[in-house]
Design a protein around this ligand. Structure first.
Ligand code: ATP
Ligand code: MG
Length: 431
């Protein structure tokens, strides 16, 4: 059925027939036990990487220091990562081990982060190999670090964020000792590279459990380190924009919950930060999106789209507050789909009707007046003909004439010229 699954099975069979121990490992085993479709299959084996590269025709040594070889399958079966059983040496920098050594399945399980991620499955014999109690924890709904939680978080501080991601994604409680260590060590998450934190945030926002993830992230004290812009939302009355009794943080979580299951990262980020500009204080301060984008080293396109969404969202908040011309210009922007989605989620979270979003979407569907963004009827050429000297006033005239065109006040080039002449003597900028 699933070609990736059958390719991952082929890889295990080939290794086993060549005399090796080979098992599915980690996330795919967890997903199969929960009854979810794994996003990818990882194989763990006692064959060293050189041997794996001999046994399969198309391979890429992706992490040769860690004994990881990517085996490429026939399309569209994709690829499988084959890793040699290993134990990790000392972690000196709070990020990665200094050395690794090839070892046994049991030791390989114990270097993994959480019990639910530490299991193996032999797909030929059909048995689960569980040295760490992952199956019991799954049944009990618990996320538990393998071994001593404080020591495991100290080794690799990214695990602090991973704990939140896995707990929220699978609806697990964080086991007491793991939770205590998480809370105590949260401030140390700052040693993790910005890109790795951003990658975790992306995954959390991409998943429908995103509101739960942000709630647990806040409770664990990680928001204060990663996204301090959100902290002032807690306890801050939300007033008219939300349900009675909600603070701005409750409201923000409500908006995340009201978003559709699939969304772009900039939309998720904009929803998360849409109230932060107001909570952070005065005008002139850098936008919350900009501060987050700098800290997490986000791509420029992501930053720009997210801050556009937050800014325009404020414009659109008052139904009917935008003049027709500005609304039409907005509806022609490339991000309008995400903007309306954000706007609808905001209305739903506040318990308000989303009539104006319906209106905009209907308008976009039906386009009653032809293209939303027609070519301008008035250009610099006409202004020169009228005798307007080129200069800063030019652009203001063109903008205003274009608004008049979008509002239906002028319908052709002659009317546009007449309109300019009527408005004021040339040379005097429009107010
Ligand atoms: P996802 O569905 O997000 O890919 P996953 O469990 O497959 O979840 P990966 O990051 O792909 O997560 O890692 C694969 C496996 O490698 C994990 O299940 C875990 O056993 C181990 N692992 C990954 N990152 C770490 C880490 N930082 N510390 C310890 N073990 C880890
Ligand atoms: Mg994975």
């Amino acid at each position: 059925d699933d070609p990736r699954r059958s390719f991952a099975l082929d890889v295990v069979r080939r290794l086993q027939e060549s005399g090796h121990r080979a098992l599915w490992a980690g996330g795919c085993v967890r997903d199969l036990l929960i009854g979810l479709e794994p996003s990818d299959y990882d194989v763990a084996t006692d064959a060293p990487p050189e041997r794996v590269m001999q046994l399969f025709r198309r391979t890429v040594p992706v992490g040769i220091n860690f004994g990881v070889v990517r085996v490429l399958g026939p399309r569209p079966a994709g690829e499988v990562e084959v890793a040699t059983f290993r134990s990790d040496g000392a972690y000196l920098d709070g990020r990665r081990p200094e050395t690794v050594a090839y070892s046994s399945p049991e030791e390989d399980a114990s270097r993994r982060d959480f019990t639910i991620n530490g299991m193996f499955l032999d797909p030929i014999r059909g048995d689960v190999i569980d040295f760490v109690g992952g199956r019991l924890d799954l049944q009990a709904g618990l996320l538990r670090a393998i071994g001593d939680p404080a020591a495991r978080f100290a080794e690799d501080k990214l695990r602090l964020v991973r704990a939140v991601r896995f707990a929220s994604r699978f609806g697990l409680r964080i086991e007491a000792e793991t939770s205590r260590a998480l809370g105590a060590m949260a401030p140390q998450v700052t040693v993790v590279a910005a890109e790795r934190i951003a990658q975790e945030l992306r995954k959390m926002l991409a998943h429908p459990s995103r509101a739960a993830a942000m709630r647990v992230l806040m409770e664990a004290g990680l928001v204060a380190e990663i996204l301090p812009e959100l902290v002032p939302l807690v306890g801050r009355p939300a007033g008219l924009v939300s349900r009675p009794g909600d603070d701005l943080w409750d409201h923000t979580l409500g908006v995340l919950d009201a978003l559709p299951h699939d969304l772009s990262f900039p939309l998720g980020l904009a929803a998360l930060l849409h109230e932060s500009g107001t909570a952070a204080g005065g005008p002139g301060e850098p936008d919350a999106v900009d501060r987050v984008a700098d800290r997490l080293k986000l791509a420029n396109a992501e930053r720009e789209r997210a801050s556009w969404l937050v800014r325009r969202h404020r414009d659109l908040r008052e139904p009917g507050s935008l003049p027709t011309a500005r609304l039409k210009r907005l509806l022609a922007e490339p991000g309008i789909g995400d903007l309306l989605t954000l706007h609808r989620a905001d209305a739903v979270a506040a318990g308000d009707p989303a009539d104006h979003v319906d209106d905009c979407e209907r308008y976009l569907r039906d386009e009653p007046d032809g293209p939303i963004r027609p070519d301008p009827l008035l250009t610099g050429k006409e202004l020169k003909q009228i005798g307007l000297p080129p200069g800063p006033a030019f652009k203001a005239w063109l903008d205003r004439a274009y608004d008049a065109q979008l509002e239906g006040k002028i319908a052709d080039r002659d009317q546009a010229i007449a309109w300019v002449l009527r408005q004021s003597a040339p040379g005097i900028p429009p107010q």
